[in-house]
Design a protein around this ligand. Structure first.
Ligand SMILES: *Cc1c(COP(=O)(O)O)cnc(C)c1O
Length: 494
């Protein structure tokens, strides 16, 4: 099967996987989508015996059809190695009746590592395959975790440089420290006065500017993206849902073909979209629970069929989900619209101009495998405390949002349920420890809290945290949300 990629917003020319990875975004501002979803062919029973790397190859070979076996296997080998602190790469642990798929064992202790460990390999391989000689400038907006994972992945990768924009007051102290201490001659980190949506909109605007592209090309540069709008991010994320299914089989928790649920703490809709693709490939996933924090635009969308971003942006203790414009939802919209790019463009244009759109009843009927849920700040904190008390397991705030939705909605289905655990609690130490006992921990410094968390959980302090205790700040640029392009031009000397 030879999968090609096309835009969600027009029916122009199709491109290969490697071209889609290089470009990031389609020329018309749409997102690249596969022109068909391949069917999973390996007998499910066999998944039990497959390593993470083997599973990755079997999933990704379908989607990246223009990569040779040798190329793809080299990318996988380079990505999923000792950078991860466990051979399993994504361990599935059972706590208090639920299955937590721990996606935070990579270099920067968030699930973004699952895809951003391999993206630099996919990108440089794609450049080679297409005879690209320009330097590839990775331009990224981050709500906290993508930034660090992308910086770590691309630092000192020849032929690339990376510029990351983050909301100056919208990330956790540890997230910020992780980014501003990043080493590497080709790395740039800029705080913006604005929120994540401002950062993402500014970045998309630069991607869409023909004028800027020409200016860059003249100097030997071209943009690509490390955000989940890049299919090179999305495809590697499908892998761990297939792997999790295999782990449940291996542990004897399910029979082959038995259906399971997943609960995914959602922001930009990338992680849960990967689960949807896995389901469409034929992996027996029944209901996909989309868990939101108080920025519950997606919950309302699944309830009503109207996507309405006109609301207050709330800063929560799960900052990586503080998003009102979930970019990847466009790929789902395209699919439930019957792959109608005109309809998709019409809705996306309405979102830009009116701040909302409404899908048709027919489209809504296609959404029956999704259930939205959300957790308030209080419910999130209670969940952390409750699972700690019941099972001695300490989870981060994002995972807790999903765990609450599991408890309040998924549990009653009676099916085995996998909760995507998207970050190490060490990344959000203050919120996590406050949830457990605010009176006791409130006065302590961030790094004192790290030691307390270690004491309570017995989980080793990750290298990513040890490293930033003493690392010097190397990036201190801040700009207004309206000055992002100037900042980029300055860095590149345009
Ligand atoms: C990015 C992120 C999310 C949201 O994932 P999306 O793919 O944007 O929906 C959730 N939790 C954590 C910890 C993250 O870093």
């Amino acid at each position: 099967m030879n999968i090609m990629y096309k835009s969600t917003r027009s029916d122009g020319e199709k491109v290969t996987a490697s071209q889609a990875i290089l470009k990031g975004l389609a020329d018309d501002g749409g997102l690249f989508v596969p022109d068909a979803i391949p069917k999973w062919e390996v007998p499910l029973e066999q998944l039990k015996e497959m390593s993470y790397q083997e599973t990755a190859y079997e999933v990704m070979k379908f989607f990246l059809s223009d990569f040779t076996e040798e190329e793809l296997k080299a990318c996988i080998r380079g990505a999923y190695d000792e950078k991860f602190d466990t051979k399993e790469i994504a361990p599935l642990v059972k706590k208090d009746g639920a299955f937590y798929l721990e996606l935070f064992h990579g270099k920067t202790i968030a699930f973004k590592d699952m895809a951003l460990s391999i993206l630099p390999y996919l990108m440089t391989t794609s450049a080679k395959k297409n005879g690209v000689t320009n330097e590839i400038v990775i331009l990224t907006a981050t709500s906290g975790d993508t930034g660090k994972a992308a910086l770590a992945g691309f630092a000192d990768v020849p032929g690339t440089s990376i510029i990351v924009f983050y909301p100056k007051n919208g990330v956790s102290p540890i997230q910020e420290r992780q980014m501003v201490t990043q080493e590497g001659k080709n790395t740039n980190v800029i705080g913006i006065v604005g929120n994540f949506d401002d950062a993402q909109t500014g970045v998309k605007k630069m991607f869409n500017s023909k004028e800027l592209a020409e200016k860059m090309n003249a100097k030997g540069y071209q943009f690509s993206s490390a955000n989940s709008i890049n299919i090179g991010r999305l495809v590697p994320q499908i892998v761990y849902y297939v792997y999790a299914y295999g782990q449940l089989l291996k542990k004897g928790e399910i029979e082959p073909e038995e259906t399971i649920n997943v609960v995914v703490p959602t922001g930009n809709f990338g992680n849960i979209l990967a689960a949807y693709y896995a389901k469409n490939m034929g992996i027996p996933l029944e209901t996909l629970f989309c868990a939101s924090n108080e920025n519950k635009v997606l919950y309302d969308f699944f309830q009503t069929g109207t996507y309405d971003r006109k609301r207050e942006f709330i800063l929560t203790s799960s900052p990586s989900m503080d998003i009102l414009i979930s970019s990847n939802l466009e790929r789902l919209i395209y699919r439930i619209a019957g792959e109608d790019s005109n309809k998709t463009k019409e809705l996306m244009d309405a979102l830009t101009s009116e701040g909302e759109y409404k899908i048709t009843d027919k489209m809504r009927a296609e959404l029956d495998c999704f259930v939205g849920g959300y957790a308030s700040e209080e419910q999130t904190a209670q969940t952390i405390r409750k699972v700690y008390q019941a099972a001695g397991y300490i989870m981060d705030t994002h995972t807790a949002v999903a765990s609450y939705v599991y408890d309040s909605k998924a549990k009653e289905t009676g099916r085995k349920t996998v909760i995507a655990s998207t970050a190490s609690p060490y990344k959000f130490t203050r919120s996590v420890m406050d949830a457990i006992d605010k009176d006791k921990y409130d006065a302590m410094s961030d790094f004192e809290l790290v030691d307390e968390l270690n004491h309570l959980s017995g989980v080793k302090i990750p290298k990513a945290i040890e490293e930033i205790r003493t690392a010097p700040v190397l990036h201190d640029t801040v700009c207004d949300k309206s000055q992002m392009q100037e900042a980029v031009e300055k860095i590149l000397g345009l």
